[in-house]
Design a protein around this ligand. Structure first.
Ligand SMILES: Cc1ncc(COP(=O)(O)O)c(C=O)c1O
Length: 384
């Protein structure tokens, strides 16, 4: 059978490829962005209760009513954005929320601006619906944006800008000023902003976090994407959400219905209980725990000559692996796996042009024993 053109363009992600290689070698997987926290007990209890109570049938394609309300309440309690239930759709992960809202707002041939380094699913999702992507580089170590250049890249085909805040993989956290500059460009050109805020609670060094929907000029122009995979450590539950205008949410929910019918019913009760019962300190504790992991792991990377910056948000770090043998980033990460048994992701997963890039992404959201083991394994680089 001949495969469709659409599917031919969807390559296996480098992240999955490295995870498979890691399993074959029985290695330590720092490639995949699995959050290794315990699932909060209330979240598990909520799900068990829902199963015992027979909550097994379809929910609304918008998601469970009470969960949507709880997401709106949480958003308002953290950011005071005046979100109502009509602004919220629960989907099959942030991935489903992005796919359905992108389908709602974008047509084939539309151009979308994305900042590099990017999260690969954003690219693949947009390409799968026929969008053209314009990549704009952000400059390390702060991953700054040249806003004059950004403005100059908008054409009459440009329909949207997408940001990942905090960024997977760079750890960039957008400042209020940067979001205001994006707002100016969005409004001047009548664009849409997609703001993936999946890692909104993984913010370090007491940095102030600004959600795009807190910027006045972006309120009616933005789709915020977030979810429970990381913050409740339930990546396999497939529960995320989109927050946007009532009209966008209504249309995206029709697509949600078409593709998924609804998110998994009993699991929605689990995260609902989590949202209702976990105090704000749960979220700040997660950030504090990750900051300790960040400090420890990034120091270890630098100690063995894999230069890396102390990132500001999310739980990934791009480290310089030029000292590892190999003709390119891919060979280098394979050698790094051979030497240390640690699987990482090569730079090519995050850049459209990666020829001269010797970078690997490590995910440091690991249990303490595993992180300590990773740090020990890194020492093998010195002995090599
Ligand atoms: C930036 C970002 N957005 C979305 C996702 C996917 O989230 P979900 O599991 O809710 O689909 C990830 C997962 O790694 C991510 O890093």
């Amino acid at each position: 059978m001949n495969l469709s053109n659409k599917v031919k363009n969807i390559a296996q992600s480098e992240i999955r490829a490295m995870s498979i290689l890691c399993n074959e070698k029985n290695g330590l997987n720092m490639a995949q962005g699995l959050c290794d926290l315990e699932v909060p007990k209330v979240v598990l209890d909520g799900t068990k209760e829902a199963l015992d109570d027979g909550k097994n049938i379809y929910t609304s394609s918008y998601g469970n009513h009470n969960l949507r309300q709880a997401i709106a309440d949480k958003q308002n309690s953290f950011y005071d954005q005046g979100i109502t239930i009509d602004n919220v759709m629960v989907s099959a992960g942030a991935t489903g929320a992005f796919y359905t809202t992108a389908m709602t707002l974008l047509n084939e041939g539309d151009e979308v601006i994305l900042f590099e380094p990017y999260y690969g699913y954003h690219v693949s999702t947009l390409e799968s619906i026929g969008c053209k992507i314009k990549f704009i580089k952000t400059i390390p170590p702060e991953y700054n944006i040249d806003f004059n250049y950004l403005a100059s890249q908008v054409t009459n085909k440009t329909k949207a800008i997408l940001i990942c805040n905090p960024s997977n993989p760079s750890g960039k956290v957008y400042t209020k000023d940067e979001l205001n500059s994006i707002s100016e460009i969005v409004n001047k050109n009548n664009l849409v902003l997609f703001s993936d805020e999946m890692y909104e609670h993984f913010i370090y060094d007491d940095l102030e976090y600004t959600s795009a929907l807190s910027i006045d000029g972006l309120k009616d122009k933005t789709v915020v994407i977030s979810g429970f995979s990381k913050i409740f450590s339930v990546t396999g539950w497939r529960l995320g959400y989109a927050i946007s205008t009532k009209e966008v949410i209504a249309s995206a929910s029709s697509l949600n219905d078409l593709v998924y019918v609804c998110p998994p019913a009993p699991l929605q009760y689990g995260v609902l209980k989590g949202l209702k019962e976990l105090p704000k300190s749960y979220y700040t504790n997660v950030a504090e725990e990750h900051q300790i992991k960040r400090d420890k792991f990034i120091k270890a990377l630098n100690d063995v000559g894999l230069k890396a910056e102390y990132i500001k948000g999310a739980y990934y770090v791009l480290a310089d692996i030029s000292s590892i043998e190999g003709k390119d980033d891919k060979e280098k990460v394979i050698n790094l796996l051979e030497i240390t048994g640690i699987a990482t992701v090569p730079a090519r997963a995050f850049y459209s042009d990666f020829k001269d890039l010797s970078l690997a992404r490590f995910c440091f959201s690991k249990r303490e024993e595993e992180l300590n083991e990773a740090i020990e394994r890194l020492q093998l680089i010195n002995n090599h």
